[in-house]
Design a protein around this ligand. Structure first.
Ligand code: ASP
Ligand code: MG
Length: 406
């Protein structure tokens, strides 16, 4: 017998038929003698619909009301699933985030979980209940409802698994697992049987949308084994787990891309202490995540600074930076939204030489110009013109022989 947390995403709970499918999977796990906690997303498209509703009521809704509204999609799915489970003869109970004491900070729309008091959940499990919890939400110290950022049900599930010391967490989605690259872009993409937390984190930060990044961070810290599986097949899925010897042999495990970035260049700024802080502090104050940063070697004490930000934040960056650019004496600002980032990820990079040069050569062979480069211990990312995204993904997949992966 094991304690398992199963999370089902929006496409898996999109209507009553699909909820019946989820119910039969939950029941199957329960019938094997497991204790089961289920975490659900809202029906596919529902959170978007609620966001649009909020924005049609007010162009600047209060955070508190906004979170209370956009979290309601999950209330619908957890109650419906529970009704179905009850009808099937199973003892099940639904809970909202605050009812199972998911305490978060006050950062509405991107709240972080501070703690989860498991007493209630464990008590229900001991009574033989299936516990069905609304994902994506919690409440702050004052009881205000908060949400955990888009895709946040993954984080709810992993956090609950960690708090309960569950044996593992299953994330059910509409794909069979984690692939070497996006199968929609390249039909040679292969499903990975296993991947390390580190690689999964880098893939998530580089644009792969299988798991919310924060959920992987939590899984890594608390060493929660996570299976990414499809709710529509019986495929074993991909296990996200601690790095092991086999993984080190693989130079590159995946190629990913991110089309949601934009590039900003601050041209001809004085190269003196404090300039970078002046530029980036107002951005971070607005919670704008700056990704890659490059500062050119300076000429005559002037330099150019180029960096990337999420494309959705570009207007806000324009407003903020025009003011700062003037204050710090920059010549001008350049904004480029026609870019994307392609990345290769693999723990084996740590011990293999020549990975970067292979990547650059593969791109050069196709005449793809590299606009920016950044690296971590297990990831190399290049910014390129967005029209080359698919081509770049395919040539990199070929260059590192990923179609041979098992
Ligand atoms: N329903 C939320 C969203 O669409 C949370 C989730 O699906 O994980 O972002
Ligand atoms: Mg999701």
């Amino acid at each position: 017998m094991a304690l398992i947390v199963q999370k089902y995403g929006g496409t898996s709970v999109a209507n009553i038929d699909k909820l019946h499918n989820v119910a039969s999977r939950v029941v199957a796990a329960k019938e094997k003698g497991n204790e089961v906690v289920v975490v659900l997303s809202a029906m596919a498209g529902e959170t978007d619909r609620l966001i649009q509703l909020a924005l049609s009521a007010s162009d600047n809704p209060m955070d508190r009301e906004y979170d209370a509204l956009i979290s309601t999609g999950e209330q619908v799915t957890v109650t419906l699933l529970t009704m179905i489970l009850n009808k099937m003869g199973y003892k099940a109970k639904s809970f909202l985030g605050h009812q199972v004491k998911i305490l978060t900070d006050k950062a509405h729309t991107k709240a972080r979980i501070i703690s989860i008091d498991t007493e209630k959940t464990l008590d229900e499990l001991r009574k033989g209940h299936i516990v069905v919890v609304a994902g994506f939400q919690g409440a702050d110290h004052e009881g205000n409802i908060t949400t955990l950022g888009r895709g946040g049900s993954d984080t709810s599930a992993v956090a609950i698994a960690a708090a309960l010391k569950a044996d593992y967490c299953e994330i059910f989605t509409d794909v069979n697992g984690v692939y070497t690259t996006d199968p929609n872009i390249y039909d040679k993409a292969k499903k990975l049987r296993k991947i390390s937390y580190e690689e999964m984190l880098e893939l998530a930060s580089a644009g792969a949308k299988v798991l919310q990044q924060r959920s992987v961070e939590l899984a890594k810290i608390y060493e929660v084994p996570v299976y990414v599986r499809s709710s529509f097949t019986n495929d074993g899925g991909t296990l996200v787990t601690k790095e092991d010897k086999d993984m080190e042999k693989e130079v590159v495990s995946g190629v990913t891309y991110d089309r949601d970035q934009a590039k900003i260049t601050v041209v001809h700024v004085p190269d003196k202490p404090g300039i970078a802080a002046r530029l980036f502090t107002p951005l971070s104050d607005q919670n704008i995540v700056v990704d890659m940063i490059i500062q050119n070697a300076s000429v005559d004490a002037f330099t150019d600074l180029t960096f990337t930000v999420p494309r959705k934040d570009i207007r806000q960056c324009q407003t903020i930076l025009h003011k700062v650019a003037e204050e710090i004496g920059a010549e001008r600002l350049e904004f480029d939204e026609n870019i994307s980032k392609v990345s290769i990820v693999g723990v084996g990079m740590k011990s293999h030489a020549g990975v970067a040069s292979r990547m650059f050569a593969a791109l050069a062979n196709e005449g793809i110009n590299i606009l920016m480069i950044s690296t971590s211990e297990i990831k190399i990312s290049c910014v390129i013109e967005s029209k080359y995204t698919e081509l770049a993904v395919r040539v990199l997949h070929d260059a590192f022989g990923l179609e041979q992966k098992i």
